[in-house]
Design a protein around this ligand. Structure first.
Ligand SMILES: CC(C)(COP(=O)(O)OP(=O)(O)OC[C@H]1O[C@@H](n2cnc3c(N)ncnc32)[C@H](O)[C@@H]1OP(=O)(O)O)[C@@H](O)C(=O)NCCC(=O)NCCS
Length: 147
């Protein structure tokens, strides 16, 4: 099956919001995604029927890129799509001069932590009570190639 990466735009938001609301206990809302689209770097992963299977939002500053959101729609999880999406973004950002990648993840989110570890992200620290609904610490992870 072929997959395509596209910049997220307003036409994608209805589908993205449906996925987001199923994946997260405190999902991003519509204005948050609009702000990401207008100001930062957001991408969708589509199949050849133009259905959105996943998405990733991030922010670049100089040679650093912070991944702020990533999701694969529930029925398509555990089929390698999160890995495809993350790999595509890392390669794309590296061509734009990004050297270091950062993200926060809920301490209990084993699936996501394993995905990041597969890409050689390492634990850099912890942010106490970073998340709400439910309150939970975040693990700060990084993929550092600048040093
Ligand atoms: C995290 C997420 C994006 C992973 O996407 P995915 O398409 O399922 O990931 P992949 O199929 O590429 O799996 C990659 C690796 O992640 C790990 N993984 C994925 N799902 C897992 C699960 N349910 N349990 C344990 N490990 C899991 C495995 O190591 C897996 O490799 P393997 O299948 O060879 O063992 C997806 O589970 C998701 O959208 N979760 C909800 C939203 C979320 O938590 N986002 C992260 C916020 S920080």
């Amino acid at each position: 099956m072929a997959f395509f990466l596209k910049r997220m735009d307003l036409s994608h938001l209805e589908q993205v919001m449906l996925i987001e609301e199923k994946l997260f206990s405190s999902p991003w809302n519509f204005p948050m995604f609009i702000s990401e689209i207008e100001n930062y770097d957001s991408f969708v992963l589509l199949n050849k029927e133009n259905q959105i299977l996943g998405y990733l939002c991030g922010r670049s500053v100089l040679d650093e890129f912070s991944i702020t959101n990533i999701g694969i729609e529930q029925k398509s999880q555990r089929q390698g799509l999160g890995s495809i999406l993350l790999e595509e973004i890392i390669l794309k950002m590296k061509t734009l001069g990004i050297k270091d990648f950062f993200l926060e993840v809920r301490e209990s989110n084993i699936a996501a932590i394993k995905l990041y570890q597969n890409f050689n992200f390492v634990r850099l620290g912890k942010r106490k009570k970073y998340y709400s609904s439910p309150i939970e610490d975040a693990i700060l992870m990084g993929l550092i190639t600048s040093k």
